[in-house]
Design a protein around this ligand. Structure first.
Ligand SMILES: [Mn+2]
Length: 258
């Protein structure tokens, strides 16, 4: 059966994405890849992110792009910069992104990828029933009633419990990014089935780029090549006592690549 692999927030970490694709290629090219959003901003190699995605597609790989909150920033910057990549007046990190893409002559391709991502607010599949969305779901509203902006931007304050602990599971497995954690977090029902997979492991902050294979319930992690932010050392999600879910991050991790 063809599996779906969801990759967490790339944030311009082209080298790590390249390593991730190399690992995934070993499993054959028939598994579908979903990128969960926040593709190009912040990191050092947005050009390589674009090249790697296009190369995979040329080789026949099916790649889906889901929209993150940073897609909006990226498209604003790319549109303002225009065909010649005029970065003046943009916030510094967006200006840098535009410069790097302009130097690599990839402004058009980058714009097309981001526009494509913006057409996909979330993705759904079956066996098990799953939804890949950048931020998450308001646990009191459920997926259908959660506004799209909230689905893309939901993130708890540092001392608040994360939304996923209160999620009732009615929308099936939710695969999300957006909130960087030191380790991926898989929440499970009492019978062991995954109900939430939070896979933003702060690649751009020196953590990992993490992928989750939905059908086979496996994680694949690539060690980040970025400088590790001190403030990112212990970004975990504490389980409130009233949550029904068990945190079982200890699912088999396929590979750790440095
Ligand atoms: Mn985000």
């Amino acid at each position: 059966m063809r599996d779906t692999v969801v990759i967490g927030d790339v944030h311009g970490c082209g080298e790590e994405l390249s390593k991730m694709f190399q690992r995934l290629n070993r499993f054959g090219r028939d598994c579908r890849i979903v990128l969960i959003g926040d593709l190009l901003t912040k990191g050092p190699r947005p050009d390589l992110v674009v090249e790697e995605i296009l190369a995979q597609e040329r080789a026949g790989r099916r790649i889906e792009l889901v929209c993150g909150n940073h897609e909006e920033r990226a498209i604003m910057a790319l549109r303002r910069a225009g065909a010649h990549g005029e970065a003046k007046g943009l916030p510094p990190r967006l200006a840098e992104m535009v410069d790097i893409l302009a130097d690599a002559d990839l402004l058009t391709e980058a714009t097309e990828l981001i526009e494509r991502a913006m057409q996909t607010p979330f993705l759904r599949g079956r066996n098990p029933m799953w939804t890949a969305v950048h931020g998450g779901v308001d646990p009191l509203l459920g997926f259908a009633r959660t506004p799209q902006r909230t689905r893309m931007t939901l993130k708890s304050a540092p001392n608040e419990a994360d939304w996923w602990w209160q999620y009732n599971g009615n929308d099936g497995l939710l695969v999300v990014g957006h909130k960087p954690l030191s380790r991926p977090l898989i929440l499970r029902r009492p019978d062991g089935r995954a109900v939430v997979a939070a896979i933003d492991t702060g690649c751009v902050y020196g953590g990992f780029l993490t992928a989750y294979r939905i059908g086979s319930d496996r994680l694949l992690m690539i060690k980040s090549a970025q400088r590790r932010l001190f403030s990112f050392r212990r970004r975990t999600s504490r389980r409130p006592i009233d949550s029904a879910w068990q945190a079982a991050s200890a699912v088999p991790v396929r590979t750790l690549v440095r």
